[in-house]
Design a protein around this ligand. Structure first.
Ligand code: BEZ
Ligand code: FE
Length: 289
């Protein structure tokens, strides 16, 4: 393996990995090398650009801590997270579709009873959420674990604001025998993904907006069913078609119906206007091996 040229170096690199014990690893690395070499050739990458790329990835890694994952954010804004998800979860259109998990999920959230107020008294338009979890045939899924988390009226999660009541706007619920779960909170707002790191640089350099449409995150798990990591977006949000992490699906756009005080289904439960969000989540059975 001497005197390699731009015509022979790709096969030479791949040939060094053919004996990998893990055949899947060999397959992935071969394809990676082919694509990276082809990319370098296609754009005729200069030494200066190569060094810039190395510096960008180095700084991306240096930003990662136990609470910040700049590489996942990079994967999100390059569409890789949603592509991997799409390939991993090919569900029929009637089933609830996945979206990104995002960085704000926490597993140390409190379990709450049906109809609990999880707003921790934070200001905002009251939001009543009524969820139903069913199987393909429409039969209720009882005992499903439903995680809920969302931002406040200014687009901040509880973990974003030092000194805030913690946790807030997040909880774990269990569906009852009718498949129902419900809670009261405040209406979330659209917000920017973290823009103070390398991903922010990339977004700025390419003229992309950081703003995600408002959403309520849900993670639903029930025995015998595929886990659903999803979110519901208000149909009137101005950022639905510019989500920087490509997580919006039409089936996840939901009417966040707003009523004046004293009117609508929740009449008498608030002093001012409120939003009611009702949604049915359809679970797919686990795939047989
Ligand atoms: C979120 O919705 O919480 C989120 C998702 C991906 C990147 C940043 C935030
Ligand atoms: Fe979010």
């Amino acid at each position: 393996m001497r005197d390699l040229t731009s015509d022979t170096i790709t096969e030479a690199v791949i040939s060094t990995m053919r004996d990998a014990k893990d055949s899947r690893l060999a397959e992935i690395l071969e394809s990676l090398v082919r694509h990276v070499h082809a990319f370098v050739e296609e754009v005729a990458l200069t030494e200066e650009e190569w060094a810039q790329g190395v510096d960008f990835l180095t700084r991306t890694g240096q930003l990662c801590t136990s609470t910040r994952q700049e590489f996942i954010l990079l994967s999100d804004v390059l569409g890789v997270t949603m592509l991997v998800d799409a390939l991993s979860h090919r569900r029929p259109a009637e089933a609830t579709q996945n979206s990104v998990l995002g960085p704000f999920f926490r597993d140390d959230r409190p379990q709450q009873p049906d109809a609990a107020d999880i707003s921790a008294g934070l200001p905002g338009t009251p939001l009543f959420f009524e969820g139903l979890v069913v199987d393909r045939a429409g039969a209720p899924v009882a005992g499903a674990a439903v995680d809920v988390w969302h931002s406040d009226a200014d687009g901040h999660y509880d973990v974003d604001v030092p000194g805030r009541v913690d946790p807030a706007m997040r909880a774990l619920f269990r569906t009852d025998e009718t498949g129902h779960f419900g809670f009261r909170s405040i209406r979330p707002s659209s917000y920017p993904i973290p823009g103070d790191g390398t991903v922010g640089e990339l977004m700025g350099a390419t003229g992309r907006s950081l703003m995600r449409p408002a959403h309520v995150h849900l993670l639903i798990e029930a025995s015998g069913f595929q886990r659903v990591t999803t979110m519901l977006f208000p149909s009137d949000d101005p950022y639905l078609d510019a989500d920087p992490v490509f997580g919006v699906k039409q089936s996840l756009v939901a009417p966040y119906d707003t009523y004046d005080a004293g009117t609508g289904p929740c009449r008498g439960r608030t002093d001012g206007p409120y939003t009611l969000l009702r949604h049915t989540f359809v679970l797919e059975p686990v795939l047989a091996d």
